[in-house]
Each structure stands twice: as structure tokens, then as C-alpha cells.
Design a protein around this ligand. Sequence first.
Ligand code: HEM
Length: 371
Amino acid sequence: MMYHSASPSDAGKPALAHRRAARHGAAMKHNASPSARNSTALLRWLQLLAASIVAMVVVGGITRLTESGLSITHWSPISGIVPPLGTAQWQAEFAHYRQIDQYAAVHSGMTLAQFKGIFLWEYTHRLLGRLVGLLALVPLVWFALRGAIARGLGWRLAALPLLIGIQGVLGWLMVASGLKPGMVEVAPPWLAAHLLTALFTLGWTVWQAAEIAALRRNPDTPPARLTATGAITGALLAVQLGYGALMAGLRAGRVTDQWPLMNGAFFPGASEHGESLGHALFTDPGIVHFIHRWFAWVVVTALVVMARRLRRKGLRGASIAVHAAFGTQILLGIATVMSGVALPLAVLHQFVGALLVVATAWGAQGLGRAR
Ligand code: HEM
């Protein structure tokens, strides 16, 4: 299968433009054809979108770590763009927040000024979410109207605003789970769903960007396929990311500040709540922490295999990116534990986790590309 230009009148143009580019080298830069300019614009758009998703992940991490995520107790996709104006509106927001159980359990006695502080993180996260949604949708419509999207790429790019929409809905369901009576945090499975969808969307964006970059180099490049190495590595990484989200949701990082032992022992011990093993695997903070810290090495093994194959294929940049990201991520994970989950380290761990997704998606696309 090959990519084809969307508009019949454009058919063949990318191929011609790029063949010409290969012949004339730098001259192409100064005298780029419309289709070459289109693919550059598409690539820049996807790169910007990926960077915005990474920024969202970081702001989301800070929002959680500062216990700010439940400070806005309603979902108003349009009117919520305007923050509270004036003291009366701020007091009303604060009054809503004081009614939920988290207030008494976590932020009891906070002042209005302190409330504004936590509100700001959640507000920024939601505002950025709207902007990322627009960034996924508006340029896509513009490119589509110009016939700039090669056939075969259309549905892949159309999935982006959809995924971001789903992300917003999951975000609200996550918040709603924490507003229920008796809840003082969001439910960890919702947090995991919200984070995993964000990281999947990031990986998807990077894959499409890599496809377009490959098409710019050679317009005859067929779409990359998902190789077994890419699929296995991606699946293992997804499990690790999911356990990372459970770590965050269950505050499991605070179970111990030791590494490699956990409170003096290799294994934290069976759950004391009498749950079944199946339940404890996802809900017991000690066991979740144990799995996350050791399963990391399984993921690293898969990433090393992927990186070696990338190098063998001559894709040195992606290989270095994978190595650098997992090495940093492991060190940050250990430092996060040993610091008792210090906010800057935990945020960096989340940030590099997102970069690892970028590197892995880039690598997986590279492996699946015809030479
Ligand atoms: C491939 C390796 C790893 C990946 C991809 C990864 C990914 C993640 C992710 C995505 C989170 C959720 C962050 C959040 O929502 O704030 C997380 C949390 C966490 N991870 Fe990892 N991690 C890795 C290795 C490790 C290792 C080796 C350790 C420690 C030995 C570790 C310790 C932690 C801790 C303590 C948290 C909770 C931090 C918090 O509460 O904010 N991680 N990890």
C-alpha cells in the first residue's frame, strides 16, 4: 500500500517535487513547491501538537501533585473558559469546593488565596486542553480543505481531535469520580485511563509525524507497519505507564523511600486488607509499587532490543533517543522514590515518561518502515 495525494489534481506532485528536490538539493528550500510546503507545514503542525501534549502531561502532573485537580467542581466546556471574576465569584467557587470531602481531608482551613493557587493549576490544565483540542482540529480542517493530506493519512489525522475529545471526557469522568461523597481523591482507574489516553495520543501523533517526515524524504515510501518488536515494546511500555498512573493514583510512591529494598525487605508483603490477589495487584499500594519498580527492567530489556535493531537499520537518532529516555527515566524513578516523592522529581519523571513514549513511537515507526 502507498499513500496517495488527496486531490486528483495534486496526484503525483509530491513525487515530482521530491525527485526534483533530490536533484537540486538546497535549491528546493528556496523554491519549494506547494506540496512540499504542505508536507513541511503538516510536519510542523504535528510536532507542535506533540509538544503541546507533552506540556499538558506536565501540567497535569503538577495539578495532581499539588492536589489541585478537584478545585473546579463543575464541567463547563464553553463558559468555563472565563475564570471567576471578582470576589463574589471566587467565594462561590470556594464554597463549592468546601462542600466536597477532599476539602476537609486534604485542604482543610485553606484561605481563599490558597484556593486560588490550586484553582489556577486545574484552570490552566483545562484551558490548555481546549487549546490542544483546537490545535488538533483547526489546522486539520484547513489542510483538508487545501487537499494537502495524502489519502491514507486522512483517517489517521482525523483520529487526533477525536482522541483529544475523548481525553477531555475522560478527564471530567476522572474528576467526577473524586467529587463523589466519601472520595478524597480521584479513582485511580480513571486517572490511569486519562493518562494512558494522553500518552497513546502522543505516540499516535509522533508516529504520524514520522510518516510525514519519511514521505518528505521519499514520496514513494509506503506506510510503516507495526513490527513485532514495536508492538511488544509498546505493549510492555503501556503496562509500565499504567502502573505508573496507579502509583500516582494510590500515592504508592510514598510507601517507602528506599531502593532497591522496600522498608527493609525485597517484597513489601501481602496486602493486609484481605483482598484477593487479583484485586491487590491493582489496588494495594505496596504491591503496585513493587510491580512498577521491577517491571521497569522488563520494559528496559525490550527497549534495548528495539534500540539495537534501530541502530542496525541505521536509525541512530531514534536509537540514541530510546536509550537516553529510558536511562534518565529509571534514574528519575529511583530518585523520586528516595526523595519521598519530591514534586520536582515526580514531575520530571512524568515528563521523561512522555519523552520515552515519543522516542518509542519514533523508533517503532522507524523499525516498521521499508528501508
Ligand atoms: C521504563 C521505566 C518507567 C516508566 C515508563 C515510568 C513511568 C511512570 C509514569 C507514567 C508515572 C505516573 C506519573 C504521574 O502520573 O505523575 C510514574 C510514577 C511513578 N514512578 Fe515510574 N516509570 C518508570 C520507572 C520507574 C522506576 C524504576 C521507579 C522507581 C524505582 C519509578 C518510580 C515511580 C514513582 C515513585 C511514581 C509515583 C510518582 C508520583 O506519585 O507522582 N518509576 N512512573
